[in-house]
Design a protein around this ligand. Structure first.
Ligand SMILES: [Zn+2]
Length: 330
C-alpha cells in the first residue's frame, strides 16, 4: 500500500522520509516537497496521511517502521492466497461474479476474507493469475492511473451514478451515514473539502492543497476521513459534478460498502444541507481574503464549533448528538 509497481518511483527511502519530516516542520507544501525529492505529489500526500503516528505528527522514524510493517503484511497476505487453494478458489469465484460483480470488488473481498489490503488481490492476480485480470474492475488497469499516466479529465462522468437512483433511505433522511459533498475554494492553491451528513448535519472538512492533483487529494481525504467510521456511518455521498470528485470509482473501491451518487449539474439545491453548511464555514473563511496561512488545525477548530452548536432544525440538538459517531462531550 505504501508502494506501487510502475515505472515512476513511488517507493520512498529513509532519507526521503527524513527530508519530508524536516520540510514539513518548516511548513513546506506537499507539492514543493514532491519536487525536491523527485516523486509524484500523490506519493508524498499518501505518505503523510498513511504513515503518521498516533499523535498525528509525521516522523521519518515512525513512517519507516509503519511502511515496513505494511509491506510485510501485504507480502504475507499474498503468500496466504498463493499457499491456500481454498482461499484462492473463493476469491476466484467472487471475482467471477457468482455474487453480483458490483458488490464484490477486490476491496470488498479483501475486507470480507480478512485480508490486510485489497492491493494484495491485485498483486496476486497480476503475478500468479493473469487469466483473472479481466475480472478486476476496469481489467485491473486503473490503479496505475494516478501518478504515471493520464486519466481522461473529460468523460469521467459517463459511468457515474445519478442522484435519481438514490435509495429512498438516502432521500428522506431517515438514517445517518448519507453525505453531501463539495469543495469550498479558498485561493488558487487551497480548498476545503466539505462532507455533510444529510440527517444530522454533521460536518467533516479537510484542507486540500489543490492544483492539478486536487482530484487525487480529495479521493485521499475521503478515504482517510470516512474509513475511520463504522460502515453504518458511511453509506453514501452525493457530491456535485466538479472534477475534484473524478476519482469517485477509486474512492468507492477503497471504502467498502460506500456508494457515490452525483447531483445534476448546476443544481445546488439538490445538496441543500451542504450549501447551508458551506455558508457557516464561509463565515470563518470569508471570500476575498487570502487564506495563505490557513492550517488544518484551524479548519478542525471551526468544524468542531459547527458540530457542537445546537440547531433549530435538529430540535435544538447538536449535529454531534444526532450523528452519534463524534464524541461523548454532549
Ligand atoms: Zn462531538
Amino acid at each position: 500500500m505504501c508502494h506501487t509497481q510502475h515505472t515512476k518511483r513511488t517507493h520512498l527511502t529513509q532519507e526521503n522520509r527524513m527530508v519530508i519530516e524536516a520540510l514539513r516542520e518548516k511548513g513546506t507544501t506537499i507539492r514543493a516537497i514532491a519536487v525536491i525529492i523527485e516523486v509524484h505529489y500523490s506519493t508524498v500526500s499518501r505518505e503523510l496521511s498513511r504513515n503518521r503516528g498516533s499523535s498525528g505528527l509525521y516522523t521519518a522514524k515512525f513512517a519507516q517502521k509503519a511502511c515496513r510493517l505494511r509491506r510485510l503484511r501485504a507480502k504475507y497476505d499474498k503468500r496466504k492466497i498463493e499457499n491456500d487453494p481454498v482461499l484462492a478458489h473463493t476469491i476466484e469465484e467472487l471475482l467471477q461474479g457468482k455474487h453480483s460483480r458490483g458488490d464484490w470488488s477486490p476491496a470488498v473481498i479483501a475486507h470480507t476474507l480478512g485480508l490486510f489490503c485489497h492491493q494484495t488481490i491485485y498483486t496476486w492476480v497480476r503475478q500468479s493469475r493473469p487469466d483473472l485480470r479481466r475480472l478486476l474492475p476496469r481489467c485491473g488497469k486503473y490503479r496505475r492511473s494516478y501518478g504515471s499516466s493520464k486519466r481522461p479529465s473529460r468523460g469521467w462522468t459517463t459511468k457515474i451514478r445519478s442522484i435519481t437512483t438514490r435509495p429512498q433511505a438516502v432521500t428522506d433522511r431517515t438514517t445517518v451515514g448519507h453525505y453531501e459533498g463539495d469543495t469550498v475554494v479558498l485561493n488558487r492553491s487551497n480548498a476545503i473539502l466539505t462532507v455533510v451528513d444529510r440527517k444530522s448535519k454533521f460536518l467533516i472538512a479537510e484542507l486540500i492543497n489543490g492544483g492539478v492533483g486536487i482530484a487525487y487529494a480529495v479521493h485521499e481525504a475521503l478515504v482517510t476521513r470516512l474509513s475511520v467510521f463504522p460502515p453504518t456511518l458511511r453509506k453514501s455521498l452525493t457530491p456535485d459534478r466538479g472534477g475534484e470528485f473524478a476519482y469517485w470509482d477509486m474512492t468507492e473501491t477503497e471504502i467498502p460498502g460506500f456508494t457515490i451518487y452525483f447531483a445534476h449539474p448546476h443544481s445546488p439545491w439538490e445538496r441543500g444541507t451542504n450549501e447551508h453548511t458551506n455558508g457557516l464555514l464561509r463565515r470563518y473563511f470569508p471570500k476575498g481574503e487570502k487564506h495563505d496561512t490557513i492550517t488544518q488545525a484551524q479548519v478542525t477548530e471551526v468544524v468542531w464549533m459547527i458540530n457542537h452548536r445546537p440547531r433549530k432544525s435538529l430540535n435544538w440538538k447538536t449535529p454531534c448528538m444526532v450523528f452519534g459517531g463524534c464524541c461523548s462531550s454532549n
